[in-house]
Design a protein around this ligand. Structure first.
Ligand code: MN
Ligand code: MN
Length: 356
């Protein structure tokens, strides 16, 4: 161990000592994921020089246009993780069906789920993106996993985390004992523990939501946001800031670093979609990180981690961050009186109309 610096490997070794019967498989798996993230970080750093920016002619399982780097990052995740012998299968936001472990490799005891490049539509404008991952136990260790094996609630996660590719590359991890952030030392190529035991303050002074969807929101969300916007003179009695990066990893990271609340609620814009974000690749891992940091994660009606997934690419409404704010937003969703709330921001009784 470097005198006063703990690497990701040091951290994992120390944690493993708590479990004398552990085989080391799990640590090797996390380190394989970290290597995938380091490789992706290097690819991204070359940006336009490498001619991998921009869109492909393909769409992913959700019908979204794939960026060239979505495909590159997915391949990196597969090749860094499929041969380690730790996994019984891999599922990705970018693949219709889970990838099998190639015949030549042994099957292991875990399942890896990932969003290889979250926020990839931000690449062309050089805004932070990330990779998100979640680890579950294989239902039949040593055998190839079936697609349904991945449909486990978030409470079953063994570990979860993300890498954020920003001004620095960071790796944020929970193995169920707090949420910890490691910064990539670009000279050593090692993740160094820089933010142990992150805590999200219970109250928030910042909210993040795509306000252009205001007219599609449910009354509970309109009420919550309207009250934040009303500031000091409104029912909340204090002023709020608003942020919107449109990159889930960047939003989650900001909230872990300095607090706040994020909402991508259910809306009526596209009634075929219950929400925008994916339960298995995005919401569950971020929810695990938030809860381990003292925050909360909810659909507005129920805890994210309790949801039993019905399909691999399931989308859900996603609200997370400061516990008191998530509590309040849930109360508004569950309170029948709030369904009467109808004060459109720009409408007759809205905030921006002078009192008469
Ligand atoms: Mn994503
Ligand atoms: Mn993605």
């Amino acid at each position: 161990m470097l005198a006063d610096r703990k690497t990701l490997t040091d951290y994992l070794i120390e944690e493993r000592r708590r479990y004398p019967q552990a085989t080391g498989d799990f640590n090797a798996l996390v380190l394989d994921v970290a290597i995938a993230c380091k490789i992706i970080a290097r690819r991204l750093a070359h940006g336009a020089l490498q001619q991998v920016l921009g869109a492909t002619s393909m769409q992913n399982a959700q019908g979204e246009t794939q960026q060239k780097l979505d495909v590159v990052a997915n391949d990196i995740f597969l090749s860094a993780n499929e041969g380690g012998g730790h996994l019984a299968g891999l599922a990705s936001e970018e693949m219709d069906a889970p990838a099998a472990i190639p015949e030549r490799y042994p099957k292991g005891r875990y399942l890896l789920l990932f969003d290889p490049l979250d926020g990839s539509s931000n690449l062309d404008v050089n805004v932070s993106v990330g990779s998100i991952f979640s680890v579950l136990r294989a239902l039949r260790p040593g055998e190839a996993a079936a697609p349904d094996d991945f449909l486990q609630p978030g409470t079953q996660q063994v570990c979860a985390g993300y890498a954020i590719y920003g001004p620095s590359t960071m790796f944020v991890l929970t193995i169920g004992r707090g949420t910890h952030a490691f910064t990539l030392d670009p000279d050593l190529g090692e993740f160094i523990l820089t933010h142990p035991d992150i805590k999200v303050p219970a109250a928030a002074g910042e909210f993040a939501i795509n306000v252009s969807n205001h007219r599609f929101w449910e009354p509970a969300v309109r009420r919550y946001v309207d009250e934040c916007l009303a500031g000091k003179s409104g029912p909340r009695g204090r002023d709020f800031n608003m942020r919107w990066i449109a990159s889930l990893v960047a939003e989650a990271h900001r909230i872990l670093m300095r607090g706040g609340v994020f909402l991508y609620p259910r809306d009526s814009k596209d009634p075929t979609k219950a929400g925008r974000l994916r339960l298995l690749y995005e919401a569950n891992p971020v929810a695990f990180l938030m809860e381990q940091a003292g925050g909360r994660a909810s659909t507005g009606r129920e805890r994210i981690s309790d949801i039993v997934p019905s399909e691999l690419h399931q989308r859900i409404p996603f609200i997370f961050g400061a516990s008191e704010e998530v509590d309040l937003i849930e109360r508004y969703h569950l309170d029948p009186a709030v369904s009467e709330y109808d004060a459109p921001l720009f409408g007759a009784r809205g905030l921006f109309r002078a009192a008469t």
